[in-house]
Design a protein around this ligand. Structure first.
Ligand SMILES: *Cc1c(COP(=O)(O)O)cnc(C)c1O
Length: 481
């Protein structure tokens, strides 16, 4: 929550206190060089015990509240007809106004089922932007993905408050060109993940729905990152400033035919689900739950997690809870920007995104600047982020690199996890790194998996830049960690 400080300082204030703690370890800089070397300069392969701030992802690592922890003790462990299921199902109906709920083990499981039921080979799915797993499931079922985002969406330094909005004109043109019968459904993603957690507006979703109605198409709404998007709507969309988070949620949900979510993000726990008011869609998808997930009243989730999700969804309606992530991300992005570090603006949800192509102008794109920067940030701070650039692409059939649109390092901000002094520490070390950026060099693969190479691939620094960076760190910080 932002409050006015007598000192004039402009910082977010935590509206929670920490009641369970986990000890962290900050290894000395030389050990950090050794650890990242052993991890093949890939932050996915670091051991968490060597990490001070785990900013790899916001998935499944958000802090639970005391109320969530308490609710887990009441979980009803029955295979069928569990009271836990009824509680979660009722909460979803209360918040989203949907009648039917299909539980799944996580978000991509929803995408698997929705794609199997709705995508026919050759069909296209227009969307504001793709997410890795949503695209993969549509493709596996013979479909293709068409992104109909606004031109502003890829502008890293923009004033646009709703970069996640769909371009209605592009959407209509696409449907006209392909023919509505060749469109499987229209997908909108809240808190658009891969363009930096950028929101869409209520108005835009309503416009998308009007187009869907005109062509008799289904609107599928991915609400995994809804919490951040709700906060941004309340802050930025004039017509909704006076509405409650519950009212906004309901208005959004009313636009969609099918909604789905990863509860690793929405609900501060671990799981997922599909919700809808359409009995026909519900029945078509239901058998896949028992085939892939589990019985209809748990869908692969632990009942304890389901109780936590029920409470977590309720807490998502509390503006003071959902403001913490976006406000901390804005703080981090603003502070970095003040120190000259190139970051994605306006700050979105999910995490702070650093522009590696500007940070490391001297590193060629084929030497993986975003990957090198992620490794360097770990060396400088013990914080690990995620490469979102060319390393996350894959080579074409001739072995030629596919260069990414953007070279970003994402420093994710798990919800309610870090304190402001920890964020200030990360800012401080990244600012130091920026002033010493000339020391950072490129990388090359030594073990390169063909598919999803960023998860398991191992690289090597092209020179001894990691050691030089550590030596400069020692010289500047003395015996400080
Ligand atoms: C994480 C995510 C998913 C997939 O959810 P998982 O629980 O990781 O399978 C789908 N869509 C969006 C927008 C996401 O952020």
């Amino acid at each position: 929550m932002s409050i006015t400080f007598y000192s004039g300082e402009n910082i977010p204030l935590e509206m929670h206190k920490v009641r369970i703690v986990q000890k962290l370890n900050l290894p000395p800089v030389e050990d950090r060089v050794a650890a990242i070397r052993e991890a093949g300069f890939n932050t996915f392969l670091l051991k968490n015990e060597d990490v001070y701030m785990d900013m790899l992802t916001d998935s499944g690592v958000n802090a639970m509240s005391d109320r969530q922890q308490a609710s887990m003790l009441e979980a009803d462990d029955s295979y069928a007809g569990s009271a836990t299921f009824t509680r979660l199902s009722n909460k979803l109906t209360e918040l989203f106004g949907t009648k039917y709920f299909l539980p799944t083990h996580q978000g991509r499981a929803c995408e698997n089922i929705i794609s199997q039921v709705l995508v026919k080979p050759g069909q296209t799915v227009p969307m504001n932007y793709h997410f890795t797993t949503s695209k993969a499931h549509i493709t596996v079922n013979g479909g293709t993905v068409e992104e109909v985002f606004k031109d502003e969406a890829l502008n890293l330094n923009s004033e646009d408050l709703f970069k996640g909005n769909m371009d209605i004109e592009k959407l209509t043109t696409l449907i006209e060109e392909r023919g509505a019968e060749n469109i499987a459904f229209v997908r909108v993603e809240s808190g658009t993940n891969l363009i930096g957690g950028q929101p869409h507006s209520v108005e835009n979703l309503k416009e998308v729905r009007a187009v869907c109605d005109k062509y008799n198409l289904k609107l599928v709404y991915d609400i995994s990152l809804l919490a951040d998007n709700l906060y941004f709507i309340k802050q930025r969309e004039d017509a909704y400033k006076e509405k409650s988070i519950r009212e906004i949620t309901r208005e959004l949900a009313d636009q969609a035919h099918i909604l789905y979510f990863s509860a690793r993000k929405l609900g501060f726990a671990r799981g997922g689900g599909i919700i809808t008011n359409s009995e026909e869609d519900y029945l078509a998808m239901r058998e896949f739950i028992t085939l892939y997930e589990g019985f209809l009243t748990y869908g692969g989730m632990s009942v304890r997690e389901m109780e936590a999700i029920t409470v977590g969804l309720d807490e998502t309606m509390d503006e003071q809870y959902i403001s913490q992530g976006p406000e901390f991300i804005k703080f981090m992005s603003d502070e970095l920007q003040k120190k000259g570090v190139p970051v994605v603006l306006p700050a979105g949800g999910l995490g702070c995104h650093i522009d590696a192509s500007k940070f490391l102008e001297h590193v060629r794109q084929t030497d993986y600047p975003a990957g090198a920067l992620a490794a360097a940030i770990y060396i400088a701070s013990g914080a690990r982020g995620m490469e979102r650039g060319t390393m996350s692409e894959q080579r074409d059939e001739n072995g030629v690199e596919t260069l990414a649109h953007m070279e970003l390092v994402r420093m994710a901000m798990p919800r309610r996890v870090f304190t402001l002094s920890q964020v200030k520490y990360a800012v401080d070390r990244i600012a130091w790194l920026y002033d010493n950026r000339e020391l950072i060099g490129g990388m090359e693969f030594v073990e390169e998996p063909k598919v999803l190479r960023f998860f398991f691939g191992k690289l090597e620094a092209k020179t001894d830049w990691p050691e030089q960076l550590a030596a400069k760190f020692r010289a500047d910080f003395g015996d400080s960690l």
